[in-house]
Design a protein around this ligand. Structure first.
Ligand code: AMP
Ligand code: GLY
Length: 415
C-alpha cells in the first residue's frame, strides 16, 4: 500500500515513521527529519486540487491528513469527491475542533458531560454572564470559538480579567474572527489526560491514554503551549474512568454526528479533565495530538495502517497492537517560545540510543546545515519497561540535540 501523509510537523514525522513500518510513504511537504525516514515531496501548486492530482499521479491508496487546519478548510472533502480514500474528517466533522461553540452545542445534544457553558455573539451579554458566574462564586474560562492556535483559551481568576479578555477577543478582535463568537464556561479544577480514538461511522478503536504537559514552565507554570512533552500510559486514570470516557464522550458524540448525517472518519481526540473523580470533556480535536502522537506511536505494534485504512473506508476499525512498554516524550523548544523566539539557530545532532526516536518539528536545511525554524523544534521519545526507565533514557538523549538556548521542561513524567 502507498500512503500519503500531509503535513510538516512533529506529529507528521511520527506518522510517517510509524506508517513506513507497514507501507510505502510519501510526505508533503515534510521536514528534514521526516526526509530521513520517508520520501518528501514539496506541496503541489493548485491548493487542494493539486493534492488530488498528486494522489492520482503517484498512485496513492490512502491519504492521512496530519493537522487540523486543512481538515477545517475541507481538504478531505475535495479529495473524497475525487475518489481518494482519506483518513481525516470533512469540513463539517472538523467543526468539532474548528468551532468551540458548535462543539459545545454537539456535546450538549449528545449528553456529553462537560463544564456548564453559554455561547455569545454579543460582548454585553457575555459580560453579564461572567458577572453572574463570579457573583455565584464560580470562576469562568473565556474561549474564542474559532481556531486560535491554542491561544484562545483564558482561565480567568477575576471578573476584571474576564471583562478584559471579552474585550480583547470580541471587541478588539486580537485573534481575528476566532473571537467573533465566545464560549464562556465554568472553570473545572483537576488533572487532564487525552484519549485518541481511530474512528469510522461503523466502529472505533482507542489508543492507550496519553498525558500532555501544556504549560511552558516546570510544575505546570507559565503560558500554555502546543505541548512541551507527553507520557503514556497514564497510571492515575482507572480503567473504569476510561470506560466512562468511551461510553459518555466518544460513542455518543460519534452517534450525534451520524444522526446529523456527518460520518466521521479520522481521529477523535478527547481532552478530559477529572474533577472530584468525575471526568468532563474539555474539548474535542479531529486529529492526532502533538506531541501525543510522538509519544504513542513508538509503543504501538502492528496493525496501525490497517486501522487507518479501515477507518478511511468507513469500515469497522481493527485493534492496533499495543507494546508492553511505557513512553516519555520531551519537547525541545526555541528560547522564548511560546512568545517571540529566534529562528535559524544551527543544530548539532548526536546519535540517539536504542529505544529512542527524535522527531523533528521546526527544523530546516540550508546549504546542508540543520537550523531551527519553529517554536517547538523537536521531540525526543524514549520507551522502556517502566515510565521512570523511559524518562531517564529520554533525558539522556535530549542532551544530544543541541542549539543555543534550547529549552525543555525537566519534569516530564515526574509526579
Ligand atoms: P481547550 O483548547 O478547550 O482544551 O483548552 C486548553 C486548556 O485550557 C485545557 O487543556 C485546560 O488546561 C484549560 N481549560 C479549558 N477549559 C477549561 C475549564 N473549563 N476549566 C479549567 N481549565 C480549562
Ligand atoms: N497536545 C495537544 C494538542 O495536540 O492539541
Amino acid at each position: 500500500m502507498r500512503v500519503l501523509v500531509y503535513g510538516s510537523g512533529g506529529r507528521e514525522h511520527a506518522l510517517a515513521w510509524k506508517v513506513a513500518q507497514e507501507a510505502e510513504v510519501v510526505v508533503i511537504p515534510g521536514n528534514p527529519g521526516i526526509a530521513a525516514d520517508a520520501e518528501c515531496v514539496p506541496l503541489p501548486e493548485g491548493g487542494f486540487q493539486g493534492v488530488a492530482d498528486l494522489c492520482r499521479s503517484r498512485d496513492i491508496d490512502l491519504v492521512v491528513v496530519g493537522p487540523e487546519n486543512p481538515l477545517i478548510e475541507g481538504l478531505a472533502d475535495v479529495l473524497r469527491a475525487q475518489g481518494c480514500r482519506v483518513y481525516g474528517p470533512g469540513a463539517e466533522g472538523a467543526r468539532l475542533e474548528g468551532s468551540k461553540a458548535r462543539s459545545k452545542e454537539l456535546m450538549a445534544s449528545a449528553g456529553v458531560p462537560t463544564a456548564e457553558f453559554e455561547s455569545f455573539n454579543d460582548p454585553s451579554a457575555a459580560r453579564e454572564y461572567a458577572e453572574r458566574c463570579f457573583d455565584g462564586g464560580a470562576p469562568v474560562v473565556v474561549k474564542a470559538s474559532g481556531a486560535a492556535l491554542g491561544k484562545g483559551v483564558i482561565v480567568c481568576r477575576s471578573l476584571a480579567e474576564a471583562h478584559e479578555w471579552i474585550d480583547r477577543l470580541m471587541v478588539r478582535r486580537e485573534m481575528g474572527d476566532a473571537g467573533s463568537t465566545l464560549v464562556l464556561e465554568r472553570r473545572l479544577v483537576g488533572r487532564e489526560f487525552s484519549l485518541l480514538t481511530i474512528c469510522s461511522e461503523t466502529g472505533h478503536h482507542s489508543l492507550p491514554l496519553a498525558q500532555d504537559y501544556k504549560r511552558v514552565g516546570e510544575g505546570d507554570t507559565g503560558p500554555n503551549t502546543g505541548g512541551m512533552g507527553a507520557i503514556s500510559p497514564v497510571d492515575w486514570v482507572s480503567p473504569d474512568t476510561v470506560r466512562e470516557v468511551e461510553d459518555r464522550m466518544v460513542t455518543p458524540i460519534l452517534a450525534e454526528l451520524a444522526r446529523r448525517g456527518v460520518p466521521f472518519r479520522g481521529t477523535l481526540f478527547t481532552g478530559v479533565m477529572v474533577e472530584d473523580g468525575i471526568p468532563y470533556c474539555l474539548e474535542y480535536n479531529v486529529r492526532f495530538g502533538d506531541p501525543e502522537a510522538q509519544c504513542l506511536f513508538p509503543i504501538l505494534g502492528s496493525g496501525f495502517v490497517d486501522a487507518l485504512n479501515a477507518a478511511a473506508a468507513g469500515e469497522p476499525v481493527p485493534p492496533v497492537e499495543r507494546l508492553p512498554a511505557a513512553s516519555c516524550t520531551v519537547v525541545i523548544a526555541s528560547p522564548g517560545y511560546p512568545g517571540e523566539y529566534a529562528k535559524g539557530l544551527p543544530i548539532l545532532v548526536g546519535n540517539p540510543d536504542r529505544h529512542v526516536k527524535v522527531f523533528h518539528a521546526g527544523t530546516r536545511l540550508e546549504n546542508g546545515r540543520l537550523l531551527t525554524s519553529g517554536g517547538r523544534v523537536a521531540a525526543v521519545t524514549a520507551t522502556g519497561p517502566t515510565l521512570p526507565d523511559a524518562r531517564t533514557l529520554a533525558y539522556e538523549n535530549v542532551e544530544r540535540f543541541v542549539f543555543e538556548g534550547a529549552y525543555y521542561r525537566r519534569d516530564i513524567g515526574l509526579e
